[in-house]
Design a protein around this ligand. Sequence first.
Ligand code: ATP
Ligand code: MG
Length: 449
Amino acid sequence: MPNKDLPPGLEKATIIPRDEHTVSRRYISENALNVLRKLESAGFQGYLVGGGVRDLLLDKRPKDFDIATDATPEELRKLFRNSRIIGRRFKIVHLRYGREIIEVTTFRAPHDVNVEIDESASRRGIRNLDSAHSTAGMILRDNVYGNVDEDALRRDFTVNALYYTTKDFSILDFSTGMQDLKERKIRMIGDPVARYKEDPVRMLRALRFSAKLDFDIEESTLKPIDELAYLLESISPARLFDETIKLLASGQAEATFALLRKYQPGNYLFAPTLRALLTSFRGRDQAAELLQLALRNTDNRLAEGKSVTPAFLYAALLWPVLRLKLELHPVPKLSPLQQFNAAANSAIAEQLTYTSIPKRFTQVTKEIWELQSRLETRNRRAAEGVFEHPRFRAAYDFLLLREEGGENLGGVGAWWTEFQEGDEELREQLLQHLPREQKPRRRSRRRKS
Ligand code: ATP
Ligand code: MG
């Protein structure tokens, strides 16, 4: 007999009681728990969902906590003073607690259902006119609200569609999430082709989760990826930038990058020159080596709890492009510095049509590059100036990577290491040994004798 008190849709769940799974409240952020409590005491449903549940079941530390609820964005705005509605295509609510942001989404419903108003939504006065598809089947707006079971089936992969409730600490599974988690499989919910057409970014997400979790991509989920990769052309460069950063800051950048090179979707993240460099790699040359090291470095930094900046990642990705441009297209009339600036700007501009990297990052990328020649120039003035520069540390790290990657810079990295680690006295000594700056030679007018 259906339980009348049960929220609609719940009867469709397989329920995993608290003693049959490993998710423990102890590892859930206090803020996320408070949000769940507050939702419940206001009479709404609230579940932890997505990476927060998946990662805890895998004994990993979740990157962030996502919550799903039947409260609408507007109701959430009223309930939480620290809330902000984000996005139009897909409205979500961000709750800010200092540095932590809890993402809250209202249950979505499928919306190829002839604008049918679902009961609980109509009760709360929600008009079901907020969805739109493009002719190619891509979701343009997705603000049709529904029940928890519908919400589950709108999510991308089965392992991302597990719901944890603090009401009785059980997990709700509406698809095959628990089974796939056990078998370490990334499986699309529903028909993979249709779901990729709805949102092509899901192809990149499949690759990301596969690398991050070390899961296989289930066969029918993997199969259409190369053929449908071209759909990523319709995704805005802003979203592709966000996705690139998620891919490379997943803690498994090396493994992720290997997948991006293996499968077609990776081709839609990088400009042609970079792509050409990547595909011509035989895995041994300097550009490949530098990139490999930068990715490993990124993974190590994240493992140590340090931050990584897109500026540094793009500095490494685009460095071989910059070098190539300098080699292939020297403009004789320009000074070396002008040549360098032109090549740097062009390397970045080309990439911006694929991923719109915010200016605050490209600025730093350029600074890291500019400082390279100043770090290589061994004279006293240059050395003193560069050490004071706010990007010194990033530029120095980059210099070390270049050397490690096989560029012969005459041991300048080791000199800087000694300089940095030394005390005032040692620094002074090291500087003493450098030549003073040579004045730029004036072009002397030829005198007639
Ligand atoms: P992580 O936060 O570790 O990157 P996540 O699974 O939490 O992984 P988010 O991007 O935070 O990923 O999204 C939260 C959840 O929202 C996902 O687990 C998934 O259920 C759903 N989701 C996110 N993006 C999509 C999408 N493009 N299509 C369908 N569902 C999505
Ligand atoms: Mg998440």
